[in-house]
Design a protein around this ligand. Structure first.
Ligand SMILES: Cc1ncc(COP(=O)(O)O)c(C=O)c1O
Length: 411
């Protein structure tokens, strides 16, 4: 899953040569994305499926690159549903997320989504009423929040403690009794998504073991005929130490053992991963505009900023980048540069929060050089406040492999 920036760097230099305007762009390596997704799918044990959580990056070329590889897409709004249906009409879709409106539930029923992930009894009631009105049966998973004293600690937890997400496991008897009286809603299984940013494969296996064991208990206790457990997303990217990523091979081997030991009979295990699928295919490119010293600290100011690429601020890390040196310099004065120093890389916004990397050591960096931020393909452009200050949007370049094996830009 390690990104290989060779093709993207070459494309960055090509872009640089096209204009004298300071450069700012997102570049996506779709060949890498496809390979990575294929590897994930093929290494999962039998009985597992990989859906892609499109909230991580729903760009049409990204979805098209994944559509034939993953088992389906997870959407979390009516907007995502309509978008996915228009760009990848044949791909199976599941619909989750809190606060679904009647219009969204109706759209999901009309679109024939494979399954809805229900967040509360109130939502279930509205869904049953709407499905009845449409004369349709709908399949659901109940998203459950389990109280877990020893939930692995990550920087983002959506459950294990009081949160707005999912049905409290203690309400399950009441919800199951209600489902028994409403045959227009068919319970297919359970959904869990208790955390994101999981970097520890063993801890994630232990969490999945808790899910599987819990579902097996419910299956026996309530004589449920279910066929699916959705274990959510949540596998993280190690932005702080990019060479130490989640041990996927170890995880998939452990998962095979876990399924043999603990999977409740006849249940498929479905993942809906976002970040781990698309982060490594994306790059954010900024050109250095200025280098200066201010009260003893060195600042590198580059074209763009957190209004395009909010990931480092959102996660509180220094985002990894590499320097692509640019040789041309057309001003009649010396080129500002910094050597063997620690620098803060900031963007163009009028806020001290516009920081992409801080106190990072650089051997040599000059005004005009390019900074290529890696792991920028998930929760990057899509979570950013694009129009703050009305700077131009970055260019969006999608690279795919031509039949001759060359990386070319596609739409
Ligand atoms: C319900 C649900 N599923 C899947 C995901 C994808 O998570 P990740 O990108 O961490 O894999 C999220 C992210 O918030 C989510 O809320």
């Amino acid at each position: 899953m390690k990104p290989d920036p060779t093709a993207v760097s070459a494309a960055a230099y090509r872009l640089r040569a096209q204009s004298d305007e300071p450069l700012c762009a997102y570049l996506y390596d779709l060949a890498h994305l496809r390979d990575h997704a294929r590897r994930l799918v093929s290494s999962l044990p039998d009985g597992c499926e990989l859906f892609y959580a499109v909230k991580a990056n729903s760009d049409a070329p990204v979805l098209r690159a994944l559509a034939d590889t993953v088992h389906g897409f997870e959407v979390a709004s009516g907007g995502e549903l309509a978008w996915v249906r228009s760009h990848c009409p044949g791909t199976p879709v599941v619909f989750g997320g809190p606060g679904k409106t009647d219009a969204e539930l109706e759209a999901a029923i009309a679109a024939g989504v494979e399954c809805l992930h229900v967040e509360s009894l109130g939502e279930l009631r509205r869904l049953a009423w709407l499905a009845g009105g449409a004369g349709k049966k709908v399949a659901v998973l109940l998203r459950i929040n389990l109280a877990l004293a020893d939930l692995p600690q990550t920087s983002l937890t959506m459950g294990g403690r009081p949160t707005p997400f999912g049905v409290d496991a203690q309400q399950l008897p009441q919800v199951l009794a209600w489902l028994n009286r409403h045959p227009q809603v068919v319970l297919r299984g359970f959904h869990f998504h208790l955390l994101s940013h999981q970097l520890d494969a063993d801890a994630h296996l232990r969490l999945l073991q808790v899910y599987l064991q819990q579902v097996a208990i419910w299956q026996r206790q309530y004589r449920l005929e279910i066929d699916q457990i959705n274990v959510g997303g949540g596998i993280g990217i190690n932005y702080r130490e990019p060479d130490r990523q989640f041990a996927w091979e170890r995880f998939s081997r452990g998962l095979a053992t876990l399924m043999a030991d603990a999977a409740p009979g006849r249940c498929r295990i479905r993942f809906e991963l976002g970040r781990y699928v698309s982060a490594s295919c994306g790059y954010y490119l900024m050109q250095v505009l200025d280098i200066k010293r201010n009260l003893g600290r060195r600042f590198v100011i580059a074209r763009g900023g957190t209004h395009h690429f909010r990931t480092p601020y959102a996660q509180g890390h220094s985002h990894p980048f590499r320097i692509l040196p640019v040789e041309s310099w057309h001003y009649p004065f010396a080129r500002p540069e910094v050597e063997r120093s620690r620098v803060d890389v900031v963007g163009q916004l009028c806020t001290p929060k516009d920081v992409l990397a801080s106190a990072v050591y650089v051997e040599r960096l000059r005004v005009g050089d390019l900074l290529l931020f890696t792991y920028a393909g998930a929760y990057a452009w899509h979570i950013s406040h694009h129009d703050f200050l009305r700077h131009p949007h970055p260019r969006q370049i999608y690279l795919s492999l031509s039949q001759e094996g060359r990386h070319v830009a596609v739409q």
